[in-house]
Design a protein around this ligand. Structure first.
Ligand SMILES: [Zn+2]
Length: 245
């Protein structure tokens, strides 16, 4: 199995020393990523995975696009205001790279559906605003046995965690209980896109066997201070999600 000449041409700038090997590109092309949700962080994450040539991307997001989304949701446009987000965004992703299968789910999946989707995926990118959803995806990825990339944002700060339950700390090791949720929290789109792109990069690294993934780490970019910190995370012996794994 090798890349077609059209694929060679499309991915020419990311193939070679220091980037992906041809085998890595083929492995990426056989992989499926679940990205939920696809707003400020998940949107650029899904876009970068699509552009990089993942085999299939499944995007999940409910609701309709509204004007305040457009300070950060890069898959949207003004003409899409009032339209259901997921199909509108999926259509855009398909227009970007015809080598990629794009599937959409027009709501936030609950427990059993999240698990089914995780089982169909090679990796899960968790980009929702609520801890309830993030912890649900953490559980689903752990049970499905696939890596999870958790992305979060607030104001001009973003965090990223790369998790393989049973080997690294999981999200629930770090946050045993969901902190209170603020519905209309502040966020600048530039940080959303930066964190979403880094989430995609970590997924590309894992799926293509390139570089050293941030497994077991939490990366924080404090945009106010221009400061990056990376912490190593420790598993919790009494974690209800992963202690038995
Ligand atoms: Zn855990």
């Amino acid at each position: 199995m090798s890349l077609s000449s059209d694929e060679q041409k499309r991915y020419a700038r990311q193939l070679g020393p220091g980037v992906l090997s041809e085998q890595g590109q083929l492995d990426l092309g056989r992989s499926t990523a679940l990205v939920t949700r696809v707003g400020g962080m998940g949107g650029p994450a899904a876009l970068m995975l699509t552009m990089a040539g993942i085999g299939r991307v499944i995007i999940a997001h409910g609701g309709e696009l509204i004007s305040p989304d457009l300070n950060r949701q890069v898959l949207g446009c003004e003409a899409g205001i009032g339209q259901p987000r997921a199909p509108h965004f999926a259509q855009y992703l398909r227009s970007v790279n015809g080598f990629v299968e794009v599937e959409h789910v027009d709501h936030e999946p609950a427990d059993s559906e999240a698990l089914d989707l995780a089982r169909r995926s090679s990796i899960v990118l968790s980009c929702p605003p609520t801890f309830e959803e993030r912890l649900r995806l953490n559980r689903a990825a752990a049970i499905a046995g696939v890596p999870l990339i958790d992305a979060a944002q607030w104001g001009m700060t973003g965090t990223l965690m790369v998790i393989r339950a049973g080997e690294t700390a999981c999200l629930q090791c770090v946050y045993p209980q969901a902190p209170p949720f603020e519905e209309f929290f502040p966020v600048v789109g530039a940080i959303s896109s930066a964190i979403g792109s880094l989430a995609a990069l970590e997924a590309i690294k894992i799926l293509s066997g390139t570089g050293r993934p941030l497994l077991g780490k939490m990366l924080t970019y404090d945009g106010h201070q221009g400061r990056v910190t990376t912490l190593s995370l420790t598993r919790r012996d009494d974690c209800p999600c992963c202690a038995e794994m």
